[in-house]
Design a protein around this ligand. Sequence first.
Ligand SMILES: Cc1ncc(COP(=O)(O)O)c(C=O)c1O
Length: 361
Amino acid sequence: MPRVYNFSAGPAALPEPVLERVRDELLDWQGLGASVVEISHRGRPFVAAAEQAEADLRELLAIPSDYRVLFLAGGAQTQFSMVPLNLLGARESADYVITGQWSDIARKEGERYGRTRIAASSADSDFTTIPATSDWQCDPEAAYLHYTPNETIHGVEFHEVPPIEGATLVADMTSTILSRPLDASRFGLIYAGAQKNIGPAGLTVVIVRDELLGRASPLTPKVYEYRRQADVGSMANTPPTFAWYVAGLVFQWLKDRGGLTAMEAVNRRKADKLYRVIDGSGGFYGNPVDPRCRSRMNVPFTLADPSLDESFLREAEHNGFYALKGHRAVGGMRASLYNAMPEAGVDALVDFMKHFQSING
Ligand SMILES: Cc1ncc(COP(=O)(O)O)c(C=O)c1O
């Protein structure tokens, strides 16, 4: 079967050259006569690949030298606990900005470990906007200020880092990391589950400023302690070696494609093309998000007549467009346009959408 255009929100499409390379070297990695999934994480070959992956990620994101990069087991939601366990320290509470389902879940999980405050929320707009930063009620004593730069379900994205003076910013970048250049120095901590723009699920990347290490609550499980993981190269327990290896190949692929400035230009074009067809459809297609904060990575859209949803999805799949069904919380459709989605895939989708409208509009 030919490969489809895969619009899955995650686990998501990986770059084809990366998958081909994995296939080619799966049985015999680096002439070892064994697979990368069959060797020790502590042996020289794997450690060298792991170090190269970190170096490439540092280069792509221009991560300053006073930040540690951790490659940890578990998903992004593991960080919903690890962040408060490690960063609350002696502080009484942490601030959260709620702009969709993921930031809401992050706060509720944080509440299990300490007090959380809602510094701002767009719940009353059904998460179709981002509250103006001038209206955020931040606590100067908060241990950190957590936000979600891209809400995967609601399709809402911050296009700037919030200019909040003095706050230790913590960002869940699961569905936006590596889609554009980043000024990492603005953050205390960044985390991202791998399964969208990094690699296979099971791995989470954490980028944390040195000075935030060493504050973990005594109840923190040992393998959840950032300090300990940083001290032993993320190998306090067996890391997800396969995902780490694939992530390294994705980083090389990104470098070969010209890095994140080049990726941003493509990602911007892809999203613009899709929003243009939605907005130009005379109401046949709709997207409720404030145009100033529409996501470039996840584009939810609805049909004015929801009784057409099923035939839209069926015909889309028949034409090679996979996983366009929207998240159950918002319904309709969602096209996820991560780095591995080629521009040709969006061009083809846009043509399909116009055609579907011409038949059903
Ligand atoms: C922004 C964001 N945060 C957290 C998660 C949860 O990730 P995981 O399933 O890896 O725990 C997701 C998953 O889609 C997400 O998109």
